[in-house]
Design a protein around this ligand. Structure first.
Ligand SMILES: [Fe+2]
Length: 254
């Protein structure tokens, strides 16, 4: 990782803690969903979470009842994703992962994705997984780790959502140009979910949570605070709020 980046948050005692972002992206080429199943799921996803605006993202809960009659049997999906996940080595407790999937996983749809990072409550403790159902001529780009990954249906991708990411056209060489997702093959669709890691899991990945004032974090940029350029993915800290000078007439004279 070239930049000095951290992810800082408060722990349950109110202390500020931080970790390094996880700079590896795992990609597993799965085959358990056939082309027909992926197409059916993608159609359903587009019905439930239609995205018309280029660059935008939407999500909808996966409804098992809508998956009936497809191959493989819907109940096998959490098992197969958990098995693929185990092969990444980031999450060995496949039983726990499978249970979490039974509780919830989503369809994620988009038309390209402008650069962003996912810094909502609790997600600093999660890796994200996405399983590509439908993507034509596009790539996932993570500028801070130099990743440009061509997307193919069947790929299971595991990544740290605190790192900036977007979906671009390969011909745009790491830039996100919304107008290139307006027409044919503009939609992408994924199965997706979070992978909550505990303190031991993060330490095992080489990103232990430590007090934020630890010397090695000095001068680091906190990904929970950054502003992201939606087109390039460049990050910057927000400018400090300027104090407005009170008008002369409101100053108390000695
Ligand atoms: Fe995201």
């Amino acid at each position: 990782m070239t930049k000095n980046l951290i992810v800082a948050t408060e722990d349950e005692t109110g202390a500020t803690v931080a970790r390094r972002p996880y700079g590896q992206v795992h990609v597993i080429n799965t085959e358990f969903l056939g082309k027909d199943a992926m197409r059916r799921m993608a159609n359903e996803a587009h019905d439930l979470a239609p995205v018309n605006q280029p660059g935008a993202i939407d999500v909808a809960k996966v409804r098992f009842q809508d998956l009936q009659g497809m191959e493989p049997e819907p109940g096998l999906i959490p098992k197969m994703v958990a098995k693929a996940m185990a092969s990444t080595g980031v999450y060995k407790d496949t039983g726990r992962f499978e249970l979490a999937m039974w509780e919830r996983f989503d369809y994620l749809t988009c038309r390209g994705a402008t650069f962003h990072n996912d810094k909502f409550d609790g997600w600093s403790e999660c890796l994200f997984w996405v399983l590509v159902l439908d993507a034509v001529d596009c790539e996932m780009v993570m500028p801070d780790i130099g990743l440009r990954l061509a997307l193919e249906p069947g790929q299971l991708i595991v990544f740290d959502p605190q790192l900036v990411h977007g979906i671009c056209r390969p011909r745009d060489k790491g830039r996100m140009l919304k107008s290139h997702f307006a027409g044919e093959h503009g939609h992408q669709c994924f199965l997706s979910g979070e992978l909550k890691l505990d303190l031991q899991d993060w330490a095992a990945l080489g990103c232990p949570w430590l007090p934020a004032d630890t010397a090695e974090f000095a001068g680091a940029v906190d990904l929970q605070q950054v502003q992201v350029n939606p087109r390039t993915g460049a990050v910057k800290m927000p400018s400090p709020r300027r104090l407005t000078r009170p008008a002369l007439s409101t100053l108390a004279l000695p």
